[in-house]
Design a protein around this ligand. Structure first.
Ligand SMILES: [Zn+2]
Length: 251
């Protein structure tokens, strides 16, 4: 068969700076095949894993890291560029105006999304900080698709064990998975779990807020601005992946 592959080149929002290994931030992704789409649609215990395997296969050259271990900002941008390489930049979305309730249909250009690149100097205080109540010094990891899948799997296993009586433990597992060191020491997951369970909520909230700041500090701007054609007022919506993302309309 002739080569119908299209490749899309772009720079990772992290610029490869947040990883311990050497990562080439200029990456090229080629379009998805039907075989890969079938795998994407197959049910999985680890939904991010299936998508990341496809992204990894579509890298024209390996960036030096699996997309499963990339920070979320890089993963999301890879996903958007895989969509562009496979189906083009036009993306049909539907939002609801918060002022008049009108449903607004729009076409957005995925190639024009606003991307903020990482400036590592500003980030150090987000990776390492002192907790306000216990004064413990915490170092956190970046959140990756692998970590999110791990948390989902752990939480499901716990829910199953307690036959539906369990409280949602994703907050606990999330924090445990993100803590790298406490006062400069490494601990195993069981020890970290004990630590977090006893942690005053003021400190837990502090970690959650730091993680959120880190997530917001670089990557694709997920806020989309709209002007309602009916009432003329401006509003924002959060970018979401709908059925048009991997299966756009052909009209
Ligand atoms: Zn309106």
């Amino acid at each position: 068969m002739d080569n119908y592959t299209i490749a899309e080149e772009f720079e990772l929002p992290s610029k490869g700076k947040v990883y311990s290994q050497k990562v080439n931030p200029i990456v090229k992704l080629k379009s998805m095949t039907t075989t890969q789409e079938m795998r994407r649609l197959s049910p999985s215990e680890r939904p991010y894993k299936a998508m990341c395997d496809i992204i990894d296969e579509c890298f024209v050259e390996s960036p030096g890291i699996s997309s499963y271990d990339m920070c979320l900002a890089d993963y999301q941008y890879c996903l958007i560029n895989l969509r562009i390489a496979t189906y083009g930049t036009r993306y049909d979305i539907q939002t609801s105006c918060p002022y008049c309730g009108n449903t607004v249909y729009e076409k957005i250009d995925l190639g024009n999304m606003d991307v903020k690149y990482c400036d590592l100097q500003d980030l150090n205080s987000l990776f390492e900080f002192e907790l306000p109540r216990t004064k413990k010094k915490i170092k956190i990891n970046i959140q990756t698709p692998r970590i999110i899948d791990d948390v989902t799997v752990q939480n499901k296993a716990l829910q199953k064990k307690s036959k539906g009586q369990a409280i949602d433990s994703s907050l606990l597992f999330n924090i445990v998975s993100l803590i790298e060191t406490i006062d400069g020491h490494e601990y195993d997951p069981i020890q970290k779990e004990d630590f977090v369970r006893q942690l005053p909520m003021m400190d837990t909230n502090y970690i959650v807020k730091k993680v959120n700041k880190l997530v917001e500090s670089f990557g694709v701007n997920m806020q989309i601005e709209h002007t309602c054609p009916t009432c003329g007022l401006d509003y924002n919506s959060t970018f979401r992946i709908n059925g048009e993302f991997f299966g756009p309309n052909i009209d």
